[in-house]
Ligand binder design. Structure first.
Ligand SMILES: Nc1nc2c(ncn2[C@@H]2O[C@H](COP(=O)(O)OP(=O)(O)OP(=O)(O)O)[C@@H](O)[C@H]2O)c(=O)[nH]1
Ligand SMILES: [Mg+2]
Length: 223
């Protein structure tokens, strides 16, 4: 059995998720989809995948789903991989090898280094990702090139010990900032982001962007 659990946060992903889970059948890792128990349409389309565990989140939000998923994980490593199919699972084995061979606690997938790329970015998200990654470098001394992608593979115990709190998309910045402050060993790995398979984007670039900015300001002043 694999030492890796895939944590798949999903919100109204009844169009993308069955296609993505079909692709994931080629990967013999443990898979947990974390969603709201009222998301009946998504629940109904994933029931037929017998290699997938469903975890109902107790509260709301993307960060809440991931925190509950990580706390529920009992393999040595976990990876966050979105339900919309934009993160390519063929990159997982290299990310895991990199973590194991160099004893990294976290490997952050990056769309902005070397031969990495994104087919999913638009003008607004490209600018937003650049600005937030720059803020991370300047104000938090982060050594990663893409702070918001959150295609992350990490050691379960080390990340559980960070006691992350963000229930919404602030999770994306809380994880690298707290990892850095707690002296975790981390690195980046170049990824090629695909377009979401179908369905609607759940992130509101302006509202969630503002929440993330306020989250960074709060983390800057509260160590
Ligand atoms: N469980 C759970 N999952 C969520 C929530 N919000 C978003 N997600 C999932 O988190 C992942 C990231 O959200 P996306 O809508 O893909 O965000 P995005 O990548 O910025 O948007 P696109 O570029 O359009 O894909 C997706 O798999 C969503 O289904 C939530 O509140 N709860
Ligand atoms: Mg997406």
């Amino acid at each position: 059995m694999s030492n890796l659990t895939l944590l798949i946060p999903a919100k109204y992903e009844f169009e993308s998720l069955p296609i993505f889970l079909k692709e994931l059948e080629n990967y013999k890792h443990k898979k947990i989809v974390i969603l709201d128990q009222n998301d009946i349409e998504t629940i109904n389309v994933i029931k037929k995948f017998h290699d997938v565990e469903i975890l109902y989140q107790k509260k709301r939000g993307y960060g809440n789903a991931l925190i509950e998923g990580i706390n529920h994980t009992n393999t040595e490593y976990f990876s966050i991989i979105n339900a919309d199919g934009s993160m390519n699972p063929s990159e997982l084995s290299n990310m895991l090898d990199k973590a194991i061979q160099n004893n990294f606690d976290i490997v952050f997938g990056s769309r902005y280094m070397g031969k990495a790329s994104s087919e999913d970015d638009d003008f607004i998200t490209t600018i937003g990702n650049f600005i937030f990654s720059l803020l991370g470098k300047i104000f938090f001394r982060l050594k990663i090139t893409d702070i918001l992608y959150t295609y992350v593979l990490g050691k379960t115990k080390k990340v559980k010990d960070l006691k992350l709190k963000s229930q919404d998309f602030k999770f994306c910045v809380e994880l690298p900032i707290k990892a850095h402050r707690n002296n975790l060993r981390y690195t980046s790995y170049p990824c090629n982001e695909r377009k979401r398979i179908a369905g609607k984007k759940k992130v509101n670039p302006f509202l969630d962007g503002l929440r993330i900015l306020l989250g960074m300001i709060s983390l800057f002043f509260n160590r």
